[in-house]
Design a protein. Structure first.
Length: 85
């Protein structure tokens, strides 16, 4: 399987920096794993959108997969209670 390039929007970087250390490490590792498998077990396609969601503890990562360009664009990272607002 080909590897994908991961792009993170500046707003998602700000959201990621707000996460406390143990959750930060697990979340960044989860993002790194998208490099080889953009649709891992447990990911869900969001309804009425072309974006996907993966869970990491209480945090959610919203991203778009562009298979033609082999890119993953991270749009939003946040706590589960706030991510869909």
């Amino acid at each position: 399987m080909a590897s994908y390039k991961i792009l993170i929007k500046p707003s998602a970087v700000k959201e990621l920096k707000k996460i406390s250390n143990p959750d930060f490490d697990r979340t960044t590792e989860r993002i790194r794993k998208l490099f080889l498998d953009p649709r891992p077990k447990g990911c869900e396609k969001l309804s009425h959108q072309e974006k996907y969601r993966i869970r990491q503890g209480n945090y959610r990562i919203i991203y778009l997969v562009d298979d033609a360009k082999q890119e993953i664009i991270i749009y939003k990272i946040g706590h589960r209670r706030d991510i869909y607002n």
